[in-house]
Write a protein that binds this ligand. Structure first.
Ligand code: ZN
Ligand code: MN
Length: 263
């Protein structure tokens, strides 16, 4: 029996055996290719949920499917907007279609539990739509419908941890773009990809609560960072990461129940 948790590294026979004998949950990170300031890589929203999914899979016996790398578009008050070079987004219909197709394929494999692990806030409702459409299609095809979970990994951070790490200055998740949380986790998981010498000090961007098109790019800091990442550290990253992995693993057991796949 293989101990590999990444689907892309398993042979089809090892994967089929795991499905048939252990009934594992399949975890699918859903990220973006998006600017994250001058100090973080474009795949930040993929790398963080991937790291969390792999660690949770090692704890629970789940399998991690390849990441959906391209995500939905951002706006100034959430992600900074589409005007940055490097930000490479897909239309909602493209994202929904790809996710729906993958769920249908997993159902054909007789996977019974699937969890999307979203790393990019703008994807969340399109994942919800894909889950709804996939279940409808799977039932029409006469396949057994898997149980589906959709969660943004940041939801697993507790209030006390947020208070402690942000010292009472937490802006909110949409402004925490390329800020302290993402930068700290990247320092913990992928320090070679973080360029701390490029950080500038500034408070959270002041953006209206509404969206306008065409939008005013002058409202968005030129760096793409919506709140300074000064104060980010690998130690905070470990604190966040450990809590995410533990809470997500617990959620998998809560949602899917203890089974042979839950070690
Ligand atoms: Zn991000
Ligand atoms: Mn994002």
């Amino acid at each position: 029996m293989t101990t590999e948790v990444e689907m892309s590294r398993m042979s089809w026979t090892d994967y089929a055996e795991a499905i048939a004998t252990r009934d594992p949950a399949v975890l699918i990170p859903v990220g973006s290719v998006e600017q994250h300031g001058p100090h973080l890589p474009l795949a930040t929203d993929c790398l963080i949920p991937e790291a969390i999914a792999k660690a949770a899979a090692r704890r629970t016996g789940a399998i991690v499917a390849p990441t959906i790398s391209y995500g939905y578009k951002s706006v100034p008050r959430c992600g900074g907007g589409q005007h940055f070079c490097g930000t490479t987004s897909v239309d909602a219909a493209t994202l929904i279609g790809q996710l729906r197709d993958i769920v249908r394929e997993l159902a054909r494999h007789k996977v019974t539990k699937v969890s999307f692990v979203v790393g990019h806030m703008e994807n969340l409702w399109f994942v919800t739509e894909a889950c709804d459409l996939a279940l409808r299609e799977v039932k029409m095809l006469g396949l057994e419908a898997p149980r589906l979970m959709n969660v943004g990994y940041w939801e697993f951070l507790s209030k006390p941890t947020i208070e402690k790490a942000f010292d009472g200055t937490f802006p909110d998740w949409s402004l925490e773009h390329a800020g302290i949380m993402e930068t700290s986790i990247m320092l913990h998981c992928h320090p070679e990809l973080v360029k701390m010498e490029r950080l500038t000090e500034h408070g959270p961007a002041t953006l209206p609560v509404y969206d306008l098109w065409p939008y005013d790019t002058a409202q968005v800091p030129d760096t793409g960072v919506l709140n300074t990442a000064k104060g980010a550290s690998a130690a905070k990253g470990k604190l966040f990461y450990d809590e995410y992995v533990q809470s997500f693993s617990d959620a998998l057991v809560d949602a899917f129940g203890k089974s042979p796949s839950i070690r």
